[in-house]
Design a protein around this ligand. Sequence first.
Ligand SMILES: [Zn+2]
Ligand SMILES: [Zn+2]
Length: 87
Amino acid sequence: MISSINSASREESTPKPRTRIHKKHNCRNCCRSYLHLGNLNKHLKYECGKEAQFQCPFCTYKGKQKSHIKQHIANRHPVMLKQSGYF
Ligand SMILES: [Zn+2]
Ligand SMILES: [Zn+2]
């Protein structure tokens, strides 16, 4: 005869909370931090401590990244952007 014993003691296996560590790449020169190392490198290469080296061809605006210029032209000289084919 088999006597089944209902053991009420259930061990609840608590799932370990996944702690996602957000590794941030901090710029050592300023207080900026980036999630992606590539962005930090870009920052170091073009932005941090650098003079703006991209000149808007339509005005005196200077940007530290070409994408900034493009953004600027799109905002300030949208007509030029279409005509010039600068980008
Ligand atoms: Zn920096
Ligand atoms: Zn401009």
